[in-house]
Design a protein around this ligand. Structure first.
Ligand code: HSE
Length: 436
């Protein structure tokens, strides 16, 4: 049987990992696919003696990615460049040239996926993107195929390895935020622009994709609420532990009677939940289906070979179904084109969550009563209160509150009153998810 010929765009962390896995496991892959999978072309920004394949005459090297998408000998283009552009243009051109595409690019899929999948469907080629979400965890396959019998009620995931690595090192070793971020960059976990990791944009890209598969809705990255971890303080990490919680950067997608919540933010999770104990660069996604109940998927969320594991699995999927028509393949987002749901995505005002709040208040009688009155006006029920000792006489004290579930607009109203009446100049708020 004819071999499947691969063109790789990008020979960085994931590109290098993909080349290594394809070469090391070539025998097993051929056994599983029934034909060999060969890299015939590769492009990298800079070519020198150290570049992968520099000494391999079977692989044509180029410093121009357009050479890969325009190469008549390439069957499958693997896009590992990242970013919105020129990745979008390259992928669309590859499709126009009749090539299948594998990509690890979550930004590309979250922003331009609908356009790309429509073009691929019209041309009869596949676009696979397992590596775009949660690194090596086969979560796209699990949701699109393994859970396809279910109505998905909600999902919650730690879907950025860099952010989880930072939060874990801060909590366990008391390390400095910037210092840990530098290590994550050196290990190849972080995005080219690490603010994408720290400010939650990378996780929002991934959550957008998961929500689309879960609820059969078009990709709507612009409607995903996004809050990063850069403002999480060591005090909050310690107070959360005292209350029996861990702070994790969580992506949550939930279907409610009013619409769909799509949100990424630091979150307190009860310590006893398995997902609260997912540490370091590991990712995990918890999915609640109406038939199966909760299922949890765990694995490395970033890094060369874990991500390559997902890229190569997509290549193998394409190779296995090389002759199948588009109608005989699994739909890109799990639902048939034209059958998408128009369920609205909710604005943050309509989210419903519980809250952890940290106020800095004067150490005087009546402060707690003032706070309680403002919360009562908004019908917010307080579940727990801790007041810390003042560090010196007359100093303000930290007041920590846990609330029950409340609509976000009510919380906004209460907190703006607490701040405007100077009870606490500013209030730190972190959402709480019990995930039960
Ligand atoms: N920067 C990403 C992360 C890489 O840290 O999770 C994997 O998508």
């Amino acid at each position: 049987m004819k071999s499947v010929r691969i063109g790789l765009m990008g020979l960085g962390t994931v590109g290098g990992g993909t080349a290594a896995v394809l070469q090391r496991n070539a025998e097993e892959i051929t056994q599983r696919v029934g034909r060999s999978v060969d890299i015939v072309r590769a492009a990298a920004r800079e070519i020198n003696e150290q570049t992968a394949f520099a000494a391999d005459s079977a692989v044509k090297l180029s410093d121009d990615a357009w050479d890969v998408v325009n190469d008549a000998d390439v069957d499958v283009v693997v896009e590992l460049i990242g970013g919105y552009s020129p990745a979008r243009e390259l992928v669309l051109k590859a499709i126009e040239n009749g090539k299948h595409v594998v990509t690890a690019n979550k930004a590309l899929i979250a922003m331009h996926g609908d356009e790309i999948f429509a073009a691929a469907s019209a041309k009869g080629v596949s676009v696979c993107y397992e590596a775009a979400v949660a690194g090596g965890i086969p979560i796209i396959k699990a949701m699109r195929e393994g859970l396809t019998a279910n109505k998905i009620e909600w999902l919650a995931g730690i879907i950025n390895g860099t952010g989880n690595f930072i939060l874990t090192e801060m909590r366990d070793k008391g390390r400095d935020f910037d210092d840990v971020l530098k290590e994550a960059q050196a290990l190849g976990y972080a995005e080219a622009d690490p603010t994408f990791d720290v400010e939650g944009i990378d996780a929002a890209h991934k959550l957008t994709i998961l929500a689309s598969i879960a609820f059969s809705i078009p990709l709507q990255f612009d409607k995903t609420f996004t809050e990063g971890i850069s403002k999480v303080t060591t005090e909050d990490v310690i107070y959360a532990e005292e209350l029996g919680y861990r702070i994790k950067h969580l992506g949550v997608a939930r279907k409610t009677a009013k619409g769909i919540e799509m949100r990424v933010h630091p979150t307190l999770i009860p310590q006893k939940r398995l997902i609260a104990n997912v540490d370091g660069v590991m990712n995990a996604v918890l999915v609640q289906g109406d038939a199966v109940g909760p299922t949890l998927y765990y694995g490395a969320g970033a890094g060369a070979e874990p991500t390559a594991s997902a890229v190569v699995a997509d290549i193998i999927d394409i190779a296995r179904t090389f002759e199948a028509t588009v109608e005989n393949k699994v739909c890109a987002l799990g639902y048939q084109s034209g059958k998408e749901s128009n369920t609205a995505v909710l604005s943050s005002d309509d989210f419903e969550t519980a809250y952890y709040l940290r106020l800095s208040v004067d150490d005087r009688p009546g402060v707690l009563a003032d706070v309680a009155r403002i919360f009562a006006e908004q019908e917010i029920s307080i579940e727990a209160v801790i007041q810390k000792e003042p560090v010196s006489e007359g100093a303000s004290v930290d007041l920590i509150l846990l609330t029950q579930t409340v609509q976000e607009k009510r919380m906004n109203a209460a907190l703006s009153k607490v701040e405007s009446s100077k009870i606490s100049e500013s209030v730190t708020r972190i959402r709480v998810e019990h995930l039960n």
